[in-house]
Design a protein around this ligand. Structure first.
Ligand SMILES: *[C@@H]1O[C@H](CO)[C@@H](O)[C@H](O)[C@H]1NC(C)=O
Ligand SMILES: *[C@@H]1O[C@H](CO)[C@@H](O)[C@H](O)[C@H]1NC(C)=O
Ligand SMILES: *[C@@H]1O[C@H](CO)[C@@H](O)[C@H](O)[C@H]1NC(C)=O
Ligand SMILES: *[C@@H]1O[C@H](CO)[C@@H](O)[C@H](O)[C@H]1NC(C)=O
Length: 255
């Protein structure tokens, strides 16, 4: 379950949703799932440590710990048959095999960057494969690669790269210029909509002004709209920390 990224590849590390649909009929018994894991190479000891059934006192806190949207924390919100929190690759493999065998929909939750509840709610009978125990990050500046497990949050990835190298980063990719990422903020007014462009560019302000005026001249982008900072400071800026916050703050972000 390891994914290899170039230091300059895709952005959404923590948004890994793997919707595998297996339509089900009668609601399966959590115990039947445990028995299936036993048949699929997971020891009783490991099963006790990694599986949370609804009668486990920890079930609700594990379920809600990465549920960002209170709308999906109500008693009516459909609950998973079990939550599996794998610690090693083979736990993931066995969980997928059992979900398939028992025809239970599998929802994968990674760093938790999911405000829509898609990784932890469903109208099908489902289980959650919750990756928070697997968040190892290995950074290799020599080869300009990093190996990141699926449960790592963006903050942890940014921090760990910065902690190894001050000249490498993990940037976003965009259709315009590969060094440019733009986010559109829409604020509806009475009869108008205010549009704010927030962006990040891997380069200096002069080059950015050139690119912006070539791609979207309507915006009238100027040098004074641009602020240069180190890459790690830009991550703190996106997370709304003030200017003097230390990079360690990224380690306690939730996604
Ligand atoms: C069985 O589980 C062990 C760890 O519990 C793992 O190391 C091994 O790779 C697994 N074997 C298979 C065939 O999945
Ligand atoms: C479940 O069904 C409701 C009502 O049709 C819908 O609003 C909701 O988006 C569905 N949830 C998911 C996760 O598909
Ligand atoms: C940052 O790197 C140093 C040196 O390799 C290491 O000792 C430290 O544990 C790292 N910090 C964190 C929070 O991982
Ligand atoms: C943060 O730093 C930027 C650039 O150095 C500066 O323009 C801005 O005014 C600072 N904001 C605060 C709140 O200090």
């Amino acid at each position: 379950m390891k994914t290899e990224y170039l230091h300059s590849s895709l952005f959404l590390v923590s948004l890994l949703l793997i919707p595998l649909s297996y339509v089900s009929s009668a609601p399966p018994d959590p115990n039947a799932f445990l028995q299936c894991l036993a048949r699929n190479n997971v020891s009783d000891e490991d099963t006790k440590a990694i599986v949370f059934s609804p009668h486990n006192p920890m079930f609700t806190s594990v379920l809600n710990s990465l549920a960002k949207n209170l709308r999906f924390q109500t008693p009516e919100t459909p609950k998973p048959v079990v939550i599996v929190t794998p610690k090693i690759d083979s736990h993931v493999q066995s969980t997928i095999a059992c979900a398939k065998e028992m025809k239970i929909q599998l929802k994968t939750r990674s760093g938790g960057h999911d405000y829509d509840g898609r990784s932890y709610t469903s109208n099908e009978t489902f289980l959650i494969l919750d990756m928070f125990n697997m968040k190892r990050i290995d950074v290799f500046p020599e080869t300009e690669t990093a190996v990141v497990e699926a449960g790592a949050t963006l903050g942890e990835v940014y921090y760990n790269i910065w902690n190894k190298s001050k000249i490498h980063a993990f940037p976003a990719v965009d259709k315009m210029d590969p060094d440019l990422f733009i986010r559109l903020l829409l604020q509806p007014g009475d009869k108008t909509v205010k549009v704010t462009l927030l962006g990040e560019f891997l380069g200096d302000c002069n080059r950015l002004v050139g690119i912006m005026n070539q791609e979207i001249p309507q915006v009238g982008f100027k040098n004074t709209d641009c602020m240069q900072s180190t890459w790690i400071k830009s991550k703190l800026w996106w997370a709304n920390f003030d200017n003097n916050t230390a990079p360690e703050a990224l380690l306690v972000l939730f996604n």
